[in-house]
Design a protein around this ligand. Structure first.
Ligand code: C2E
Ligand code: MG
Ligand code: MG
Ligand code: MG
Length: 285
C-alpha cells in the first residue's frame, strides 16, 4: 500500500497499526454476522423500590461471540456507532424489547413491568426515528407506556431543537423517557425543564462515593431535589452497598439499580428473580 502513496507522502504505516486495523475489520465483519446469526442477546437488570420489589428492568446488550464469549457493549457499540451497524442493532434491540412487552402482557408477574432501552445518538438522529418507534410499537401492538427510552445528556445537547421535537412526538405516542448517566454532562436547568422527561438516572460515578465524598453527596442530593422539583422520577444507578442505598433513601431517592440487588440477567434468570421477589396477589406465591 505504502508505495502507491507516492514519493512525497509521509507514511506512518507500521505493523502494530496494521494489526489494529485488521482487528477492526475482523470485528466489523463478525458483528455483521452476529446480527444476522442471532448472536446478540439482551440481558435485563432489575430496578427496585425500597421494598426490593422489581418495578422495571433495563435492557442491556451483550454479544454472545462463538470464540470470545460474552462481549460487553462497551467493546462493540463504539465501533457500531462509527460504521453505522448501530442502526440495525438499535432496531433489533427496540424490536426485541417491544416483542417481549407484548408477550409479557399474558403473565400477571410480568405485565406491569416496563422495559428501558438505551438509544444511541446516531440512531436517535435518524430523520425517521419517530416513525421507526411508532412502527415497532404497532407491529407488536405493544402498550407504549411500558417502553422507556434512555437518552444521555450529550445526545440531547448535540441538537436540542431536534431532540425536543422528536421527544415530544414519541412522548405523544405514550412512550416514556429517562435521562441516563445524569450529572456527567452539561445540562442546564433551563432546558432540562423544557424536556418531556419522566426520569433522571443518577450516574454511578456519583453513587460510588456515597456517603463520604462531600462533592458527590452534594451532586446526588441536588439531582434528587431537581427531579422532585421538576416532577420527575429519580433512580440511582450502580448501587452496590446498603450504605449507599440508605443515604439515597434518606435524601428522597427510592428507586435503585445495581449489583446490590442484581447484575443484568439473561431472561430465564430474570424470571426466576421475579418469582422470588415479586409475589403476585391471589396466586399463592
Ligand atoms: P448504561 O445504560 O448507563 O448502563 C449501566 C451500566 O452499568 C451497565 O453496563 C450495567 O451492567 C452496569 N452496572 C449495573 N449495576 C452496576 C453496579 O452496581 N456497579 C457497576 N460498576 N456497574 C453496574 P453494561 O451492560 O456494560 O453497559 C454499558 C453501556 O453500554 C450502557 O450504560 C449503555 O450506555 C450501553 N448500552 C448497553 N446496551 C445498549 C443498547 O442496547 N444500545 C445502546 N445504544 N447502548 C447500550
Ligand atoms: Mg442506560
Ligand atoms: Mg447509565
Ligand atoms: Mg453509561
Amino acid at each position: 500500500h505504502a508505495k502507491r502513496l507516492g514519493r512525497n507522502t509521509l507514511c506512518f504505516f507500521d505493523p502494530s497499526m496494521q494489526a489494529a486495523l485488521d482487528l477492526r475489520s475482523t470485528l466489523e465483519t463478525e458483528l455483521r454476522q452476529a446480527l444476522k446469526g442471532g448472536q446478540l442477546r439482551l440481558f435485563f437488570q432489575p430496578q427496585v423500590d425500597v421494598a426490593r420489589q422489581v418495578i422495571g428492568v433495563e435492557a442491556l446488550l451483550r454479544w454472545q461471540h462463538p470464540q470470545r464469549g460474552l462481549v460487553p457493549p462497551g467493546d462493540f457499540i463504539p465501533l457500531a456507532e462509527e460504521n453505522g451497524l448501530i442502526l440495525p442493532i438499535g432496531l433489533w434491540v427496540l424490536d426485541s424489547a417491544c416483542a417481549l412487552l407484548k408477550a409479557w402482557q399474558k403473565d400477571p408477574l410480568l405485565r406491569d413491568l416496563p422495559i428501558a432501552v438505551n438509544v444511541s445518538a446516531r440512531q436517535f438522529r435518524q430523520p425517521d426515528f419517530v416513525a421507526q418507534v411508532q412502527h415497532i410499537l404497532e407491529t407488536h401492538a405493544t402498550h407504549p407506556g411500558r417502553l422507556k427510552l434512555e437518552l444521555t445528556e450529550s445526545l440531547v445537547l448535540e441538537d436540542v431543537e431536534d431532540s425536543i421535537a422528536k421527544m415530544a412526538s414519541i412522548k405523544a405516542l405514550g412512550v416514556r423517557f429517562a435521562m441516563d448517566d445524569f450529572g456527567t454532562g452539561y445540562s442546564s436547568l433551563s432546558y432540562l425543564a423544557t424536556l418531556p422527561l419522566d426520569q433522571l438516572k443518577i450516574d454511578q460515578s456519583f453513587v460510588r462515593n456515597l456517603p463520604g465524598k462531600k462533592n458527590d453527596e452534594t451532586i446526588a442530593r441536588t439531582i434528587i431535589t431537581m427531579a422532585q422539583g421538576l416532577a420527575m422520577e429519580v433512580i440511582a444507578e450502580g448501587v452496590e452497598t446498603e450504605v449507599q442505598r440508605t443515604f439515597l433513601e434518606a435524601h428522597g431517592c427510592v428507586t435503585y439499580q445495581g449489583y446490590l440487588f442484581s447484575p443484568p440477567l439473561p431472561l430465564e434468570a430474570l424470571y426466576e428473580f421475579l418469582r422470588r421477589s415479586n409475589a403476585v396477589a391471589g396466586q399463592g406465591r
